[in-house]
Ligand binder design. Sequence first.
Ligand code: SUG
Length: 448
Amino acid sequence: MPEANFDGLVGPTHSYAGLSYGNVASARNQGAASSPRSAALQGLAKMEAVAALGLVQGVLPPHERPHVPTLRALGMSGTDAEVLAKAAKEDPVLLARVSSASAMWTANAATVMPAADTRDGRTHFVAANLREMFHRAIEPPVTARALVAIFADRARFEVHDALPARTEDDFGDEGAANHTRLTAGVENGGEVRGVHFFVYGTAKDARRKPSRFPARQTRSASERVASLGALDPARCVFAQQNADAIDAGVFHNDVIAVGNGNMLLCHELAFEDRAGTHAALRRAVGETLAIVEIKADEVSLEEAVKSYLFNSQLLTLPDGTMALVSPAECEENPRVKAAIDRVIADRGNPLARAVYMDVRESMRNGGGPACLRLRVPLADDDLGRINRSAVIDGAKLAELRAWATRRYRETLRAEDLADPALLRESRDALDELTRILRLGSIYDFQRT
Ligand code: SUG
């Protein structure tokens, strides 16, 4: 069967706090009012659209935010309301950090290495440590619990905790956003063997490093992930991201390249060593690999970052063709739209169509369609071994839409984050969600 996609649901505290240095959209929209309800409905509409293409679509839950335990660990005490009031007064940026709904971008939840590629024949997940940004570094424990709640069968799945991370030079890991699985044909599921392409922003011996913005993924982290996932080293390719691309706002590889099956769609400025990276991929995947490049004079780095062209989902459909699920911003930019049309018209690759989705609430924080999903290549018989309550069908979609409409606020501003009513509403919403998705008690507030 083709790979499944597990999208992150945005949480009730979705906001624009400008928290991610090096993420151009996040900085540009700092301080804007957000709409958590629209964000949730946009995300659900995208899940519906992908399911309608004939794919298995799952959902991963938001995290508990504001995360009061983090504030307590930093010495703020009293009732929950008092803790929130202290944070708002003493450190509003910290309050924004522990309130971010950033777990919605599940391309950063984990790296997934499917059974067909691992030594023990099980599918391995390594939760990402996201250590570069404080607001994201608090995600891994709940991410791992959510994954275990869905992929619970230890005979088939192993969920690893995030890599330990200490200093700047060691194990910064941002998960699937810097990892692409390629195969020799259009089939991308758990039955076919894959090649694992890891792209890192920096390494101890890197020839060049970005000068303006941080490189979040390190080579040593990618290597440890591959090792935890029990991959065959001969089927792994490691490549450095172009330092200039990072400085232009490409904070993850999935902002400048997307691959699936035997197709890699990438910008000519994606990799530090362009020719060497292409050659290594061709050697590992074989001559059937179609590397489709977009040149800088067709779409500039700046346009790529603004439109999020490469943050499209490249999907294999049941009929054996591929579709691109792109942000609406790509359709609105004539040069980007023309580039997509050119690739579709070109017979040398499997891309047959594009679908444009409005995920603007997420885009304003630098999250496009591909950021919103974790790909999980499953084998046919795995589907019966996962928690099916987290898989979308018509009834589940209707239930989630009604839930979000009832539970989420229409508008949210920075000052609302200290509102104790918002904390209560969020916990009530998540408590109900864990019942809808049958996740058990994954949140701290449910466990104490
Ligand atoms: O980590 N934005 C996220 C966007 C993640 C996108 N994911 C992928 N490319 N796969 C980030 O920079 C912004 C939150 C804020 O500023 O309020 C944020 O965390």
